[in-house]
Design a protein around this ligand. Sequence first.
Ligand code: ADP
Ligand code: MG
Length: 584
Amino acid sequence: MRTVEELQRILQRIDGRGYKAYQELEGAYRFPTWELFIDHVQPDPFAPPSRMRARVPQTVAGFPEELFSERVRRIALEDYLARRVRSAAEHIFRGHRGSGSSGLFLVDAGGQEVLERTAVRITAHWVELRFQLGLPAAGRTVLGRQAEEALCRKLPLLVRQSLLWESTPAEECRRFVQCVENQEFIRRQLRSRGLVAFVADGSILPRRSGISQLPLPNAIPFRSPESLRVTFTLPHPIVHSGSITTSLSGMGIPEGVTLIVGGGYHGKSTLLRALERGVYPHIPGDGREYVVTREDAVKIRAEDGRRVEHVDLSPFIGTLPYGQSTQQFCTENASGSTSQAANILEALEAGSRLLLMDEDTSATNFMVRDARMQALVAKEHEPITPFVDRVRELFERFQVSTILVMGGCGDYLDVADTVILMQDYHAYDATERARQVAAAFPTGRRVESPAPFEQLVPRVLLPESIDPSRGRREFSVEAKSAELLLIGTTPIELWAVEQLVDTSQARAIGYALCVLGERYADGQTPLPELLDQLEQLLDTGGLEALSPFARYGHHPGNLARPRRYEIAAALNRLRTLRMRQRRP
Ligand code: ADP
Ligand code: MG
């Protein structure tokens, strides 16, 4: 391990030379109280900034063990520290100058959700920050003095300000960790209480705009209808309407079929979107930190144009024109209804038992066929079994619950267990009233389910599906955003995978798919078991286990943990995917 003085000497020596001279920096450096690892030096000033790690031993950092002793707490603390680093760096590394990414400091800290990520790692022995720093240049000439300033003065300051317990605001930090732990506590209790989701009184659901996840100022806080109110006793106290308490009340959404009804612009979709994101914990102050949804909830929508690979669509879509069977349905260009059906069947295959749907993003003909259409178009000419005729069966035979926003079609009143009415952004329990209405105004439609929904047909993944090579490079995975991932030369469109919330999750999915293709896909094992294996790898080896860089114990790249449902969703949208059904 080299010393700081050696680092300084190198930088003075290569000052003014070509950018390649920076390569000499790769290696480890001992600072007085911590260590710097320069894992990968960017080849030129316009490439992504160099990957480095700063490791502080716990004898110096001194974080109390109780803040990271359990998995949930550790993930929360790591997430919190990454945010601290980001805000400290905004000041310390402000006003960087030079060509390309010169002097630019990057840490992959999160947004409103708290996710397991690789940016900070904390163990009983050390805290490690994984970051990127643009090595300064003028044109392509090394700026040694600026590099020295960044590495030997700014970086140690950043470490002191954000990676030591003594400089951490203890109260804020504890509250953050405890808030996340409270949320996970509620999530663990949902099943035993027969609930699929919880929305705390006082929650702020709407966001500032269509492109912001920040809370809307002056929004009307959520309040549960009396009849749906449940109370949780939390492990850690919270401040709630001015007093300190461990008891938190709010709306419990029971298992079964739940409708969210109400007039246009009354807050229906806003509630559903909060539930979609409620599968992840949120940061204190988000407004949705106590909106908690069961971890297996999957948002379903129509997505015309997507590819579908050997999915048995027959529970929803029967024989197509000219006798085409849908038992092994493949298409390069699905319609609204077939894409929505495929999305449901794939979510169930991946293990979801809770579907979230919004009329705004559903195919009308998939949702319902009313009495008049039944009279006009004979059943034998309509391949679709509408969702309204399957939704109860899904619950009664497979324990699959559904939460559905439906303001426009009353035919669903017959099949609902719970009806939540949104009016002026307030929630009311309209279950009784909906029953009366359903009895008073029969729809006159016939139930159309030609045959019962059979077991799902297992699909196996063929290993040739995933090819990460690109030109001369053997391995190329690039997440452009949370909506677009590139594996090799193949783009995967993820805009309709709405619960994928972070670009770093998309990146992790890219690596995960490569691991699936390379290590696990054997043309035998059904997809759900492959997902189990992958999750086990992540549980035991951490996200680093996915990374092509971490093999050398290096900066693992910027990764955040995706759920199995989003991994499966990305796989299913891969245009080179090859699957085979294994009918029992
Ligand atoms: P719907 O789906 O019922 O048509 P939305 O959920 O899309 O309605 O909400 C319509 C508008 O109302 C959105 O701009 C949303 O941000 C805003 N909104 C939703 N809930 C609240 C609230 N509690 N307080 C203030 N504004 C809200
Ligand atoms: Mg809406």
